[in-house]
Every structure is written in structure tokens, then in C-alpha cells.
Design a protein around this ligand. Structure first.
Ligand SMILES: Cc1ncc(COP(=O)(O)O)c(C=O)c1O
Length: 392
């Protein structure tokens, strides 16, 4: 009977709730922005990766609408069969220019970009050397590749070198997140690149949280460290600072040509929709024109981080606008988040498996859309709830 064979589902759901690891998924009744509406109430939004406010930006919405009028909505099928829409070509060209690489390729999501790229670069007999805190899409892409996977301690160059020394044959591919999404720290990319060059390894950096945030006008981690031409593959997403949906790979023209022939999500999954692609193109153009929003993002992040530390909170290793407010116990973090919502602050608790057990936190995502008054409002509520829960 279906009821019996599916019993484990109810049991596992109950366990998640008991452990405080059950994710409450809220419905937003407004566009993404500094304030959003949940259950009819306006709440201050600290949950979105909409770093620059592009998710509901006038020019970007306009670009999507105009593209729909001109080119319709859907891409028809996979690109090798149905063809590439002109807007994909434009985005790939301008994105490559923006990032200072020869070429770029658009995917349906950042997750898919990793699933596409990693197995195309490494396979049976090869070795992937991966930071222990890399994103789930890197882990899944690596598993799909059937290469041997070696995991090095987080951001530990000695650990990385030891792993590189142990590889005897096959291709070597080092993979790291650029900015780590749960802690907000930055990968030591110059050291990683040096080791890659020393041991003849390829490098792939997933810059999902670095694009629009790090580097000149948000050009990303490679630009931030001045490593142009020395990182083999940059994977990115359009769902965070670009405010839309989709993923990309940037690198040499040969790499992109190869991925068009060999990567499975490109060959077997339909292309990004027209409005998503046009909206992302408008986001890239907006950033190329001005770094103003990136500067606002950083000044907001610096302001909030300093003040919340003064209150007595630990923000871990964060070096970017991702600001974890460390709580520890998952139940307490969950309770904290619910209390914040009662105080009109939407800030999610993050627990296992997104972070190790015992390291639950409230992850505050700062945006350029927040005003100083918004941040002061939040600081006052964090202080009140922290005292109430004996955390301060
Ligand atoms: C490092 C990293 N890679 C990939 C992704 C997935 O991106 P997307 O939402 O476009 O699938 C994320 C998003 O959470 C991420 O943080």
C-alpha cells in the first residue's frame, strides 16, 4: 500500500520539526525589496539575495516587458535544436565584456551551470579538489562527474596543497565558492591560483555571491583580486545581485565552445526564457554604467555589521554583506527568527544541513535597497529580542 511505503516521509517531517530544522516557507504578497508584505503585514526584508534591488528595478522590468513584446516568452526548446534567441547572444557577449573574459554561456540557473560544467571538465580517472563548504550544486556536479572527489578544509591552502600532491594521474580540478553563502567569507583565490599553476590543475570559482558585490562595479571575485586570465572557469548566477534567474559560465572562447557541445544541461534542457535573459542583460548594463548601488550595498553592510557587533553579537568570519548572526542552537535560532517576524523583521534562521550542527544562525542579507533608518530599526529589534532570549 502506498500509505505504508510512504510512512517514512511523515516520520522524517516530524523529526525535522522536533529538531528545529523544519523550514517555514513564507508567501510574499509584494515584489522583492527592502520591505515585503507577508500575511498582509509589511516586514523588513533580510532574506533575499537581491543585493542591489534589481529584482524589481524599473529599467530591468521595462527591459523584460519590451523583450516579451519583441521576442515572446519561451525559447522553444534546447538551443542546439531550436536555436539561440538573439537576446541570449547579446547577454553572453556583454557579460563576457563586463567580466573581462573571451566568452560566456548562459544556463537556466547557477545550480545548472555547475551541473553542466563540472562533469564536462572532469570524469572517471580525474580528481576534483573541493572546499569543504562549497555549495550543494558543486557537490552534486562533482558527484555526477564520477571523478574522485577530495575535500580540503575550508579555505585552507595547506590542506589544498596536500591534496594536490596526492593526485598521481588524470586531470585535476580545484573548485571553490568565491564568497561562501552561509558565512560571507571570501576564498583565498590568489593562493588557490598559485597552487593550481604549480600543480597543473584547472580552477573553477563559483562567484554566485561575488557578482554585483565584489570587484569594480560588481565584476566579481576575479576582478576583486586582479586575477584576470588566471582563473579557468567562472560560474555565476543571475538570481542574486542581478535580481533575476539563470546562470552562466565565463572563460575562454574554447571553453565555451566545448560546453556548448558537451554539457548536458545545455544539450538536454531548454534555454533561459526571453524575459529572464533580457532582464539580466539590463542588469549587466546598469552595473557596467555605474557602481553607485554596489557602493551603497557596502556602506550599508559596514554600518550594520559594526553596530551589531557593538551590541555583542558574533558575526563569524563575514567579510561581505552576508552577515551571519551566530546563535548556535537550532531551536533558539528558529525561535529568534519567529520573534523577529513578530517585530516585523523577516530574517531566517539557518540550521543543519545548510550549516554544521550547533552553528545555527540568523543570516542577515544586507541590500542597497535598505535605508539607514531600516538598519537602525533592525538593530533595535535585534537588541530587544537578544536580551529577551538571554543572548546578550
Ligand atoms: C555558491 C552558489 N552556487 C550556486 C547557487 C545556485 O544558484 P541558482 O539560484 O541560480 O540556481 C547558489 C545559490 O544559492 C550559490 O550560493
Amino acid at each position: 500500500m502506498a500509505e505504508d511505503v510512504l510512512k517514512f516521509i511523515a516520520r522524517e517531517l516530524a523529526e525535522l520539526k522536533e529538531e528545529g530544522l523544519y523550514k517555514d516557507i513564507y508567501t510574499l504578497e509584494s515584489p522583492q525589496g527592502a520591505w515585503v508584505t507577508i500575511k498582509g503585514e509589511k516586514v523588513l526584508n533580510f532574506c533575499s539575495n537581491n543585493y542591489l534591488g534589481f529584482a524589481a528595478h524599473q529599467d530591468i522590468k521595462k527591459a523584460a516587458k519590451e523583450a516579451i513584446d519583441k521576442l515572446g516568452v519561451g525559447p522553444g526548446a534546447v538551443r542546439p535544436i531550436a536555436g539561440t534567441m538573439i537576446v541570449h547572444d547579446q547577454l553572453e557577449r556583454e557579460l563576457a565584456e563586463f567580466k573581462g573574459v573571451e566568452a560566456a554561456l548562459v544556463f537556466q540557473s547557477g545550480f545548472n551551470a555547475n551541473l553542466a560544467t563540472i562533469p564536462a571538465l572532469a570524469g572517471r580517472g580525474d580528481t576534483i579538489i573541493s572546499d569543504e563548504l562549497n555549495h550543494a550544486s558543486i557537490i552534486d556536479g562533482s558527484r555526477l562527474s564520477r571523478a574522485q572527489i577530495k575535500v580540503y578544509p575550508h579555505n585552507d591552502l595547506q590542506g589544498l596543497e596536500k591534496n594536490l600532491q596526492e593526485v598521481e594521474e588524470g586531470r585535476k580540478l580545484i573548485i571553490t565558492d568565491g564568497v561562501f553563502s552561509m558565512d560571507g567569507d571570501i576564498a583565498p583565490l590568489p593562493g588557490i591560483v598559485e597552487l593550481a599553476e604549480k600543480y597543473g590543475a584547472m580552477t573553477l570559482v563559483d562567484d554566485a555571491h561575488g557578482e554585483g558585490v565584489l570587484g569594480r562595479n560588481g565584476r566579481g571575485i576575479v576582478d576583486h583580486f586582479g586575477l584576470h586570465g588566471r582563473v579557468d572557469v567562472e560560474v555565476g548566477t543571475f538570481s542574486k545581485a542581478f535580481g533575476v534567474m539563470g546562470g552562466c559560465v565565463a572563460g575562454t572562447a574554447n571553453l565555451i565552445e566545448y560546453l556548448k557541445q558537451r554539457s548536458r544541461p545545455f544539450t538536454f534542457s531548454s534555454a533561459l526564457t526571453v524575459p529572464d535573459t533580457a532582464a539580466t542583460l539590463a542588469a549587466v548594463r546598469t552595473l557596467a554604467r555605474s557602481g553607485e548601488l554596489v557602493e551603497k550595498l557596502w556602506s550599508n553592510a559596514d554600518y550594520f555589521k559594526k553596530k551589531i557587533q557593538v551590541l555583542g553579537y558574533d558575526t563569524g568570519k563575514s567579510e561581505t554583506p552576508i552577515t551571519p548572526v551566530m546563535i548556535g542552537d537550532a531551536q533558539t535560532a528558529s525561535h529568534f527568527s519567529r520573534r523577529l517576524l513578530e517585530e516585523k523583521i523577516f530574517a531566517q534562521a539557518i540550521g543543519f544541513p545548510l550549516v554544521p550542527r550547533g552553528k545555527a544562525r540568523i543570516r542577515v542579507m544586507i541590500s542597497a535597497t535598505h535605508s539607514k533608518e531600516d538598519l537602525d530599526y533592525a538593530l533595535e529589534k535585534f537588541e530587544r529580542v537578544g536580551k529577551e532570549l538571554d543572548l546578550l
